[in-house]
Every structure is written in structure tokens, then in C-alpha cells.
Design a protein around this ligand. Sequence first.
Ligand code: SAH
Ligand code: SF4
Ligand code: F3S
Length: 451
Amino acid sequence: MAENNQNEDKNIKGFYRTITYGCQMNEHDSEKLAGVLQNEGYQPTTELEKADIIVLNTCCVRENAELKVYGKVGSLKEYKRENPDLLIGICGCMMQQEEVVQEIKEKYSHVDMVFGTHNIHEFPRLLKEAKEVPKTLIDVWEEKEGLIPDLPSRRESDHKAWVTIIYGCNNFCTYCIVPYVRGREKSRPVKDIVSEVEKLVEEGVKEVTLLGQNVNSYGHDFDKNIDFADLLKELDQIKGLARIRYMTSHPRDFTNDLIDTIANTEKVCQHFHLPIQSGSDRILKEMNRGYSQTEYLNLVKNIRKKMPDAAISTDIIVGFPGETEEDFAETLKVVKEARFDMAYTFKYSQRSGTPAAEMKEQITEEVKKARLQRLMDLQSTISDEKNQSLVGKTVEVFGEGESKKDEDKQMGRTRTNKIVIFNSDSGLTGELISVKINKATSWTLFGDLVK
Ligand code: SAH
Ligand code: SF4
Ligand code: F3S
């Protein structure tokens, strides 16, 4: 894969801006769109007024995400009025839904091209055609056999990179739209992943994050007996690579063998993101998650036994249809027992076409809101306690650049994925350094560089 193929020598044809909603898969897809645009002779700009091409990469996992996209598309109309040659594209998960495409066609005629998650490799052709066709060009594919061809990426960072290992999802959790808009699971061959990571390392990358909706399913679709643990062992051998992360793993498929592999590798980070979604066995079953509260807590116990300093984070949904106060109390109970370092918490959002959207006992917004607040309050206290316990300790930090909030300070992450803000005279981006923690909040650690 020709990563970071920037072709800076070509004459600049114009400027582009990508705007991304949603998860890391979308972030990575946007890097590919940027790579394509760069190869075509376009340069990035942050100023929308200056852009000749604007691409919105959309997410539909919750209603909020969709509302944001509609708001943004609407606001782009004025830029088109100012610059009639501006090309506006919309792609990503939201566009895999027919009703949405219909709505865009009817109400947002200033959009020039619409495409989906299965044909981003067609972007160069679409771009060319959209310039010639006056009306909205719509090209959304149903899923096809085989893998999407690799595309060059323009990475956000010189030192970290996303690497897709498996596309799609076969789990069909009853609340979730992802399997419908991203298609079935398809693993990339080991050799393609290894050679991509080797090439990235040659270019200066030290940390890779392996991407998939369920990375633990990696290799299930191969004839050969290869799984995620085998892939990690293989990547751990790559010289010059410092850290390996992955997103997201499914608690049901997290085997003891995988825990052992992670404990025994040098580069795989001690951060486990294990979305629990609910603590109630009854709700977990309705969600089709495939594990019980006890099984989940045992998994947490096994990880902590092998790696006492590991961080564990989670995703939780409140207000799934039929969730009673007792069910919610089970979620709070698990949160107290598991003592997560961090939790991403969401109000259940009805997604049309999913089984849960049809369930009778939908929960009112008011109840969802109140439960979310109680959950966030509890988790914030736990996160704070967990982080306070690191004060006085020296941790390994991977420098990621200036702090967004304070330009005089640097920002980096621990192996456990905690954000650390530290003082340093020189930029230490892309370097592994030691930082002594002297202050902590629920979300951030602060410290001083250890010389
Ligand atoms: N594949 C990943 C997560 C994908 S979506 C996994 O299984 O963990 C990220 C998170 O969004 C999910 O973990 C879930 O907590 C949340 N989510 C998904 N669908 C949702 C919905 N309909 N309403 C609210 N939250 C949702
Ligand atoms: Fe959605 Fe479940 Fe697949 Fe995650 S595992 S993407 S929550 S269906
Ligand atoms: Fe959203 Fe698509 Fe990711 S729906 S969460 S961007 S896979």
C-alpha cells in the first residue's frame, strides 16, 4: 500500500477539506479520501471558504450523529453560493441508507456527489464525473464480494497510524446499525497487514492502531487457522515499532489465549477496551451480546490477574428498550465492581431497521437522561480515583505534540491510553519518554519530564 503518497511536485489544482463524523474507521477512511485528493493534486485547507472540494464523511450510529451531519450539509449551501465551482461530496455510513440518500437528493440539491462505504476506492472517478454532471451524482453500492482495494492515505500524524485488519461486522447487536451499513466481516491477509506496518515503520511510524468493529473475529473467514493472537505475535516482531493498539474487541470473543499473548508480547499496549453495553443479563440477552455479567467480570478479573497495571475501558448504553430500574442498577453494580478507567456512555438511540427499534417498551428521553447522569457521576468518581493512584509514579509516554489547550505544554499517552500533559522545552513528538505524574483529574494526567 502506497501510504502517504503525497506527490507534492504536481501543480496544485486546488484545496480540499474533509469533515469526519463517527468512529476510527471513518477517520481512517477520510485519510484515504485525503490521500486520493492529494494524489490528484489538491492540498488540504482548514478554511471552508478556500476549499474547492469539501467531503463530509458521515456516521449514523446514533440520531445525534445524523442531526449534526444534516446541520452541516445545510450550512455548506452558502459556500456553494459564494463559489459555484465548489464540489460537495457526502459519503460514509449514513449514505448506505436509502431514505437518507432520498432526503439529500430532495432537500440538499447543492450536494454534488453521494457515495457509500463500499466504494470509496471509486472516489477519483466520481470526482471527475461530478465535475461534468450538473445534478447530484449518486453512487452507493450494496456490498460486493472481496476486499475494497487499498488506497494511499494522508495521515494526520507522522508517528501514529491506523491500520485496518478487518472490515464489517457480523454480530448484529440488536440496537446497532453498523452491520447494515458496513457489511459482513472480511479480514485482510496477514501479509498485507505486515507489509503495510513495515512500510509505515520505515516512514517513521512508531505506533499502530489495528482497526475493526470486532478485531477478535480476525481470521475467522480464512481457510487457514489464523486468529487475532497470531496476527499480534507476527506484528510484535517488527523492528522499530514501539506500540500496538487495537479497536474494538468484543468481550464474548476475548479468550484467555489472547490475554496471555498480550501479556507476553513486548509492543501490544496494556489497554483493554471492552464494551459491556449493559450489566443486566436480561438486557444483554435482548441486545444479543453473547455474554453474561458474570462472564464479563471474570474476563476483567483474568486480565487484572495477568496484568495488574492494565487499564480497562468500556462503552455503556442506558435506556435500551425495556430497561427497568433493576436492570439499570445491575449496570451501576458492574461499573462499581469492574472499576473501569474510563467509560463512553450513551443514551439508547432508535435506529430504523434494527430489531431493537421495533421493541415495544421504548424508554422515555427523561428516564434515559436521568440514568445517563447517574452513570456518568459514578464513573467520573471512579476514573478520578484510578488516576489519583498514579500520582507520584513515573510512566512511559509517547509524545504526540503540543497540548491543544496549552501551547506551552506537550501532550502524550501512556501505554494504558491515558492522556498526559507535561512540561518540556523541546518538542518530543514521536518519542518515548518518562514522565513523573504530579496531578490527576478524571480525564487527564499532568506531570514533568524525567531527564
Ligand atoms: N464495534 C464496537 C462499537 C461500535 S459503535 C463494539 O461492538 O464495541 C460504538 C458504540 O456506540 C457501541 O459500543 C455502543 O455502546 C454505542 N451504540 C451503538 N449503537 C447504539 C445505539 N443505537 N444507541 C446508542 N448507542 C449505540
Ligand atoms: Fe455494532 Fe455489535 Fe457490531 Fe459493535 S459488535 S459494531 S455494537 S453490531
Ligand atoms: Fe458511525 Fe459508521 Fe463508525 S455508523 S460509529 S462511522 S462504522
